[in-house]
Ligand binder design. Structure first.
Ligand SMILES: NC(=O)c1ccc[n+]([C@@H]2O[C@H](COP(=O)([O-])OP(=O)(O)OC[C@H]3O[C@@H](n4cnc5c(N)ncnc54)[C@H](O)[C@@H]3O)[C@@H](O)[C@H]2O)c1
Length: 324
C-alpha cells in the first residue's frame, strides 16, 4: 500500500521546511489534498516561489520566508505544529566541497535549531531528510543501516551529524525523530538548471533543448534512483509510526539499481533524440555504486514503495513535457 489511503484528521498541522524546493513542494501538494494545514518555511535560497505559487491562495496554506539558521524564526514557525517534515538544506556533494563552512551553518546548525524548536513546541513527530551519502566509501551492496563507511564530503558529514543529534533528541528529550536516507530522488518540480542540478532532470532538459549532456566518469556508476511518490509515502508513514521506531534512520529508495549510461540511452530513446553524450572526469566525493536494502523501513515504518524506476521515469517525462 502506498500513501493514497493514508489520512490525517482534517486540519492536522504540518510544518514543511524547504517547502519551496523539489521534495518539500511535493509534500505540500499531497498534504493539502488530504485536507491538512501546511505551513512552509523556506528562505528561497535554492527553492523557487513558482513551486508553491499554486498553493498561495489555499485557505490551509501559509508561507513564511525565513531561515533555519535563525533560532527565533524556527521557534515561531513550530508554534502549534503537530508534525515537522524538515527538508530545508543545501544539497550537492561537489558544492559542499567548495563551501564547507556554509554547509555547517545551514545543514548542521539549521537542523539543530529545528530540532530544538520542535522539542520546545512539543511537536508529535520530527521527520527529516538524511541522505544515502552517509554510507561514504562503504563498498558492500546493498547499503544497509548500521554498516556505514568513511564520510567522503562535507555534505555527507552534515547529514551524519543531523542523524546523531536527532538520535540524541529522541533519547534525551523524547522527541520522536525519524531520519529518512533518501537515495537519488527524481520527479516533478525538480530543478534541471545549473552546475549542481541532479542528473535526470538535467539530462532531460538538455536533450529536449538538443544540447549534448556530459556524463561524469564512464557512465558505469549505478544508483538506486527513487521516484518522488515513494519519498512522499515514507514521510507520511514515518509520521504515523510508533515511538519504538523513532531515534533511527531508514533507507528510502526503491531497492533497484540503474546504471547511468543505461538511463542516458533510455532517455534519448523515449525523447526520440539521437544525441551521443560527452564523457567528463569522475566527480570528487562521489561513490561508484549505490543501492539500498529497504527492509528496515518496510518492517518498522510500513514503507512499501509502489513506483519502480521505469514507472517513475515515464511519469516524470510526461510531466516535464507538459510543464516546461
Ligand atoms: N533530491 C535528492 O535526491 C536528495 C537525496 C538525498 C537527500 N536529499 C535531501 O532532501 C532535502 C530536500 O531536497 P531537495 O532535492 O528537495 O532540495 P531543494 O534544494 O529543491 O530544496 C531544499 C529547500 O530548502 C531551502 N533552504 C535551503 N537553505 C535554507 C535555509 N537556510 N533556510 C530555509 N530554507 C532553506 C531551499 O531554498 C530549498 O527550497 C534536503 O535536505 C536534501 O539534502 C535530497
Amino acid at each position: 500500500m502506498g500513501y493514497k489511503d493514508i489520512n490525517f484528521p482534517k486540519g492536522t498541522k504540518f510544518l514543511v521546511t524547504g517547502g519551496a524546493g523539489f521534495i518539500g513542494s511535493n509534500l505540500v501538494e499531497v498534504l493539502l489534498e488530504k485536507g491538512c494545514f501546511v505551513r512552509v518555511l523556506d528562505n528561497l535560497s535554492i527553492g523557487k516561489k513558482e513551486n508553491i505559487e499554486e498553493f498561495m491562495n489555499h485557505e490551509n496554506f501559509e508561507f513564511i520566508e525565513g531561515d533555519i539558521r535563525n533560532i527565533e524564526t524556527c521557534q515561531e514557525v513550530c508554534k502549534d505544529m503537530e508534525y515537522v517534515l524538515h527538508q530545508a538544506a543545501w544539497g550537492s556533494v561537489p558544492r559542499s566541497i567548495e563551501m564547507p563552512l556554509l554547509y555547517e551553518e545551514i545543514n548542521i546548525k539549521g537542523t539543530l535549531n529545528m530540532l530544538e524548536a520542535a522539542r520546545q513546541n512539543k511537536v508529535k513527530k520530527f521527520v527529516y531528510a538524511s541522505s544515502s551519502s552517509v554510507y561514504g566509501d562503504e563498498p558492500n551492496l546493498p547499503k544497509i543501516e548500521g554498516r556505514e563507511g568513511n564520510i567522503l564530503s562535507p555534505y555527507a558529514l552534515t547529514k551524519k551529524v543531523n542523524e546523531e543529534y536527532a538520535k540524541l533528541y529522541t533519547k534525551l528529550y523524547g522527541l520522536d525523530t525519524y531520519g529518512l536516507r533518501y537515495f537519488n530522488v527524481f520527479g516533478r518540480r525538480q530543478n534541471p538548471d545549473g552546475a549542481y542540478a541532479a542528473v535526470i532532470p538535467k539530462f532531460i532538459n538538455q536533450l529536449l533543448n538538443n544540447e549534448v549532456p556530459t556524463i561524469n566518469g564512464d557512465g558505469k556508476q549505478s544508483r538506486d534512483f527513487t521516484y518522488i511518490e515513494n519519498v512522499i509515502e515514507a514521510n507520511l508513514k514515518a509520521c504515523l509510526s510508533p515511538h519504538e521506531s523513532a531515534g533511527q534512520s531508514y533507507n528510502i529508495a526503491y531497492g533497484g539499481r540503474e546504471y547511468l549510461i543505461d538511463i542516458y540511452y533510455a532517455l534519448t530513446k523515449s525523447l526520440e533524440k539521437d544525441i551521443e553524450p560527452n564523457f567528463g572526469p569522475d566527480r570528487a566525493g562521489d561513490i561508484k555504486h549505490s543501492n539500498a536494502d529497504i527492509s528496515k523501513a518496510k518492517s518498522l515504518l510500513g514503507y512499501s514503495p509502489e513506483y519502480s524506476f521505469e514507472d517513475g521515469i515515464k511519469l516524470f517525462i510526461e510531466w516535464y513535457k507538459e510543464n516546461l
